[in-house]
Design a binder for this molecule. Structure first.
Ligand SMILES: *Cc1c(COP(=O)(O)O)cnc(C)c1O
Length: 364
């Protein structure tokens, strides 16, 4: 039989799955249900208003969505105090990140990020034939902004990628650090600032909506708004960058119901605030749970918490034991965080259930 080969660049990439989904784990382990606390999905679902709006519009799924996502952009622009043409909608941050890499990294050029941060960025860089350079987290799990600045000056990368707040550490750079990072970003480098968890962090910790040719901020409806399965996120950047993306983006890539749901979610601030408050309580519970087990945590600005198990081996064993009990969580893979497990804040009953399981797991 002949083998149909992909391009040499693609053939050179080892087969991989950046995320083993919970569904796969359920099939493999024969679990009819699991406690799903591994993907930082919202345990609280979308706003009932978003659900109602999407349900009402379901029959019109025969239509494509507005390829300009105009209403959603207009609403976001008004909230953020920027212009409609400074906003681009994508089918989640993952989609927007792919476009950014395709547009600004490309074959033969370099992207710079933190080793062990959100893996989809590296996945896109490899897939589009770019080279990836990394700096390490600082020992406390924060992003090493000074190291990024220094390496960016040396490498002149196409993109510097920072998740802020970061996944999987849950840590956050200060507003001053991000302002300095932007100021020191080389003139032909894009600072891709992934703010997937922005809603969970104090608003004053973010710089105001700066429109700068070297800056693209991306946010999503997947986390605080509880719409991960709908796939919708947005970028805030210059009109020129939006235009650049317009050359390569999938024109009908944002599903119509997702646009409608996102609009309705934005109109329900009270619901989002409730979710954020409950997540705060959940984080405190997880800190207390870890303390009661004599384990450290990293203060989190997100909807998940990292708990220290001392070594990658121990942390992996905990993940395996929890999965055997039908509990799905994940862990950071790179040092200095590879001895931690990462658990998403669930509902109050889910949190108690998780606590019982975690207490029952005996480290070897
Ligand atoms: C969850 C997550 C994403 C994915 O966002 P989507 O909008 O669902 O694609 C992106 N970045 C980080 C840091 C995340 O944790």
């Amino acid at each position: 039989m002949t083998i149909l080969r992909a391009t040499p660049a693609i053939e050179a990439i080892p087969p991989m799955t950046p995320f083993i989904g919970p569904e796969q784990l359920m099939r493999e382990g024969g679990h009819p249900h699991i406690l799903r606390l591994g993907a930082n999905e919202s345990a609280f679902g979308p706003s009932p208003r978003a659900i109602a709006a999407m349900a009402t519009e379901l029959p019109r799924l025969s239509w494509y969505g507005d390829p300009e996502s105009y209403e959603l952009r207009e609403t976001l622009a008004a909230r953020l105090g920027c212009k409609v043409d400074e906003i681009l909608i994508g089918s989640g941050i993952d989609d927007l990140m792919g476009l950014a890499v395709r547009a600004f990294v490309g074959p033969g050029s370099i992207a710079l990020t933190t080793r062990g941060t959100y893996p989809t960025f590296a996945y896109h860089v490899t897939g589009y034939g770019g080279g990836l350079e990394t700096v390490d987290y600082r020992p406390d799990g924060t992003i090493d902004v000074d190291a990024l600045i220094e390496r960016a000056a040396e490498l002149q990368p196409g993109i510097v990628y920072v998740a802020n707040p970061d996944n999987p550490s849950g840590t956050m750079c200060t507003r001053g650090q991000i302002e300095t990072l932007l100021e020191k970003t080389p003139p032909q480098t894009l600072l891709l600032l992934d703010e997937a968890y922005a809603e969970f962090a104090p608003p004053h910790s973010f710089m105001s909506t700066t429109i700068d040719a070297r800056l693209m901020r991306v946010r999503t409806f997947s986390k605080a708004y509880g719409m991960a399965g709908a796939r919708v996120g947005y970028a805030v950047t210059t009109p020129r960058n939006v235009e650049t993306f317009g050359k390569i983006r999938l024109q009908y890539g944002v599903n119509r119901n997702a646009q409608i749901g996102a609009l309705a979610a934005l109109a329900d601030d009270a619901y989002a605030a409730g979710v954020v408050g409950e997540v705060e309580r959940g984080r405190e519970e997880y800190y207390a749970l870890a303390r009661s087990l004599g384990r450290k945590t990293i203060p989190s600005f997100t909807n998940f918490v990292c708990i220290d198990y001392g070594s990658a081996q121990e942390a992996n064993a905990v993940i395996v034991d929890l999965m055997a009990r039908g509990v799905f969580i994940r862990k950071p893979f790179a040092p200095p965080l590879d001895g931690y497990i990462r658990v998403t804040v669930g509902t109050a009953p889910e949190r108690s259930e998780f606590a019982e399981h975690l207490r029952a797991v005996r480290p070897r």
